[in-house]
Ligand binder design. Structure first.
Ligand code: FAD
Ligand code: NAD
Length: 477
């Protein structure tokens, strides 16, 4: 049967994969009246990832940082079709995306094809495990809302189990040892949030075990936060020391079991040493790897054969070796870091590009109509028509002159616990590196202004106030 995409035959079908930073920024700025817009994602909401670490401790409730995609679609002028499904493959020659419903409830139709004229791939990335044994089975990731909920439950399970009657001493120590692998911003922010949770709430509510709680951060490189300036790395490391978060740098995790992390540490004299960390909770935050869809696309497009980290794109974000396919965010390689900031600027750029393309087509058609009216209808005021053609051509030229994508770095911000944050911010043509409590307030207000909808902004603000006044809710769902 013919795929059921509601189409206006006079318009091109623009299919957008994903509802993350890249795709949603595109959707928000896109004039949807110009295209048949179809959004496909297994997640029917946008997730504000910068505040995800705060959901692991209940400082922020998870729904506060989720924005339903259907509300975004409804707010658009032109209709947008949304399918909750994952794209399983893209047939570049037939211009078809195969999709399947991978949710728990599936109808008789759960696999189908969606044709496109233009395709935007914004499917993000997966968690890297480097094939290290035991990681998938025993650790928690921190990427999706379900991950944060799972961590929240497990923290409290570890705490309550440690407080169980007659628990042996060594077992209490293991259960209350929270290990984080990966000293990038995700690992650092999570370690900071965890420490806050214990200091602010657990210590008061369950004082008998509070002193046994430990957080350890393991990083393979010589320091944490490799993308931040040296001064802020030092500030973070010294703050962690005060917060009693143990940092093990130059330590590479090799294996994970249900109760231990096995690593290899490089000693100052260059020799290696095996270290075993017993843990209660293990959070794995070692960065990104390719999604299968992206890997398959790369394998099927000859021009992508030298690309390793994602779909190589040109300066207009067109996937190299294709026509009519663009990529944004963590699945695209445009020469920038895989961050929300980059993804959202890329999405906004594409919206402008597509809005312009539609306008170009409209103006070209107008020029054609005017030109033919000159030939076909004698007696028309040819001088005024010629003037209009010239005006339209000038307008067209201005619109066609689209500059390539240029990323403007607004700075890097990370929360490090104890109401302190670090920020490398571009300011008046220079870079300002700052750390401390003022930076923390800056961090909070920056995020608050970034949280997309007014509803989400209010929810987050409410959560912050609620946690400050009443403490975090430690009930285990
Ligand atoms: P995502 O936002 O990951 O979205 C991908 C979308 O594609 C999702 O909707 C997903 O469901 C969907 N999808 C997946 N597979 C398929 C498929 N097969 N078919 C269709 N759809 C699919 N960056 C910053 O700049 N600042 C920060 O403070 C910051 N904090 C972060 C905190 C955490 C805990 C994490 C994990 C990341 C953080 N980042 C931050 C990084 C940032 O979240 C990512 O760079 C950003 O999400 C990338 O956007 P994206 O649109 O490429 O992918
Ligand atoms: P990352 O790639 O930035 O860091 C992962 C770290 O894990 C690396 O430092 C790596 O050396 C380490 N690692 C890898 N394998 C290891 C092993 N076996 N043992 C020990 N350590 C190991 O990953 P991330 O922190 O998840 O960040 C992903 C992206 O999202 C980055 O671009 C980051 O900038 C962005 N992000 C930004 C923020 C923020 O701006 N506040 C917060 C979170 C994420």
């Amino acid at each position: 049967p013919e795929p059921q995409v509601p189409r206006d035959p006079s318009k091109k079908t623009l299919v957008i994969l994903g509802t993350g930073w890249g795709s949603v920024s595109l959707l928000k700025k896109l004039d949807t009246e110009n295209y048949n817009v179809v959004v496909i994602s297994p997640r029917n909401y946008f997730l504000f990832t910068p505040l995800l670490p705060s959901c692991t401790t209940g400082l922020i409730e998870h729904r506060s940082i989720m924005e339903p995609i259907r509300s975004i679609c409804r707010s658009k002028k032109g209709p947008v079709t949304f399918y909750e499904a994952e794209a399983s493959s893209v047939d570049v020659n037939r211009k078809i995306v195969k999709i399947r419903d991978s949710s728990d409830i599936r109808g008789d139709s759960n696999e189908t094809e969606v044709p496109y004229d233009m395709l935007v791939v914004g499917v993000g990335a997966e968690n890297a495990t480097f094939g290290i044994p035991g990681v998938r089975e025993h650790s928690c990731f921190l990427k999706e809302i379900g991950d944060a909920q799972q961590i929240r439950k497990k923290i409290m399970d570890c705490v309550e189990t440690a407080a169980f009657k007659d628990q042996p001493e060594a077992e209490i120590d293991r259960l209350l040892h929270m290990v984080v692998v990966g000293g990038g911003p995700t690992g650092v922010e999570f370690a900071g949030e965890l420490r806050d949770f214990f200091e602010d709430d657990i210590r008061k509510l369950i004082p008998d075990i509070a002193d046994r709680f430990r957080v350890t951060l393991i990083e393979a490189l010589p320091n944490v936060l490799p993308s931040f300036s040296k001064q802020l790395i030092e500030y973070t490391e010294s703050t962690f020391k005060e917060e009693e978060i143990a940092i093990h740098t130059k330590t590479m995790v090799k294996k994970v079991t249900d109760k231990t992390v096995e690593a290899e540490a490089s000693k100052p004299d260059g020799t290696k040493e095996s270290v075993v960390f017993p843990y209660g909770l293990l959070v794995w935050a070692t960065g990104n790897t390719l999604r299968p869809l992206v890997r398959d696309m790369m394998a099927s497009i000859p021009a992508q054969k030298d690309s390793r980290r994602g779909l190589a794109v040109n300066e207009y974000l067109v996937v190299q070796g294709t026509r009519d396919i663009w990529a944004v965010g963590d699945c695209a390689v445009a020469g920038y870091a895989p961050t929300a900031q980059v993804a959202s600027q890329e999405g906004t750029f594409l919206a402008r590009l597509f809005n312009n393309m539609a306008k170009t087509a409209e103006l070209e058609e107008r020029i054609q109509t005017l030109s033919s009216s000159l030939n076909l209808k004698p007696g028309v005021n040819s001088a005024s028509v010629t003037r209009e053609i010239e005006d339209t051509e000038r307008k067209l030229q201005r619109i066609k002159d689209i500059k390539p994508f240029h990323y403007s770095h607004q700075g890097s911000l990370a929360y490090i616990g104890s109401e302190k944050a670090v920020a490398d911010v571009a300011w008046f043509n220079g870079n300002v590196a700052s750390g401390g409590t003022m930076t923390y307030y800056f961090w909070r207000s920056a995020y608050l202004s970034m949280v997309f909808s007014t509803r989400n902004r209010l929810l987050v603000l409410n959560d912050w106030v609620k946690s400050k006044v009443f403490g975090r809710d430690i009930s285990r769902e």
